[in-house]
Each structure stands twice: as structure tokens, then as C-alpha cells.
Design a protein around this ligand. Sequence first.
Ligand SMILES: [Zn+2]
Length: 220
Amino acid sequence: MAPCKFRKFAPQSIERRVSIVALIVLTTAFTGCQQQADVAKREDVVDTTTAVNAEDSKTEERPGTMRESDKSEPGKSEPGKNQLAKVVKTDEEWRQILTAEQFKITRRKGTERAGSGEYAVHKNEGTYNCVCCGLELFASQHKFDSGTGWPSFDRPVRKEHVAEEEDRSLFRTRVEVLCNRCDAHLGHVFNDGPTETTGMRYCINSAALKFDEADETEEE
Ligand SMILES: [Zn+2]
């Protein structure tokens, strides 16, 4: 009985085993293929994502790099800043290169009498430089007739060329304007300038300025 049973059982078992093995092999093969396909797909996705990311980072890098170069430009322009490195002289040295009036106004925070300065109604094309150190401060195209008797501008040539400080003298608070290179007192700035432009009025002493006539070729 037992061998017979074994014989009967055995072929069945072998068939079953074969079919099971075949199934397993097929399933494994299929699953393997699918997994490979899946992996391939994922790799595609990853590749695309990486590519997109790479492109993103490239596009981000470009402005980033530009920004960094922009950042490094002020670094590079540190020599430019060095141009604004303070010009420091003793009173005696200033007296040697300035008139008494220029010295009193720029180095002692004086104010010229209204209408007395040579640039109050001056209309020539050019730039107005610091009388002490020659730094370009104001331009004729920003000059307007304020009717105050002092040359008036709605803005400096470059913001960084002037310094502004609170001035509490004469029982009121005003904003003093100074040359940012040699600390020369220039005048004051008020917010009652021409509203069609900046609204600011840089009220400057003629004695603090030295006019530099524009080159005619530059004008044309
Ligand atoms: Zn100056």
C-alpha cells in the first residue's frame, strides 16, 4: 500500500512541484521584469527630476552667480570706495587751499548770506564739486530755482557722495548735508523741493562748491 501510495502520490507531487516551480519561475521572471521596468521608470523619473533640478539649479546659479558678481562688484568697487576714503587735513592745511569764506562755511558749518553766492542763479551746464576735495556732488540738470538765494538741487549726483546728519542748532532740527569724502559742511536738505521730481531741496552754499563746466562735446 505504502509504495503504491507513494507512487500514486509521487507523480502528482512531482507534477505539482513542477507546476509550482514553473509558476514560481514565471512569476519571479515576470515580477523581475516588472521590477526592472519599474526601476527603469523610476530611474527615468529620477533622471528627469535630476535634469530638471540641474536645469533649475543652473538657472538659479546664473542669477546667483550674477548676484555674487554684483556682490563682488561692490567688493571690486572698494577701490571706488577708497576713492571716497576720507580726505583728512588740519585746519592749517585747509586754510592754505580755501578762502576765509570757504573755510568758515565748509570747516566751521557757516552759511553764506542769501543771494550772495556766485552759484545762486548760475545756469551753466556742468557739475558742482566739493570746493575742499573736488568730489562731484551736484549736477546742473538737478538744479532748480528755489528763490531762496542759495543754489538748490533736487538730488546729489550720487547718494553716496553726500552724508546727511541731524542738525539741532538754531533751535530747530534740520538735516545737514556734508561731503562724504572730506566732511565739508555743504548746507541742508529739506523736503519742500519740486514735487514733480524728488520733492527734496538740497540747499547748498555756493562757497562749498566749485563749478566744473561741462565739456561741449559731451553735451552734444
Ligand atoms: Zn569734499
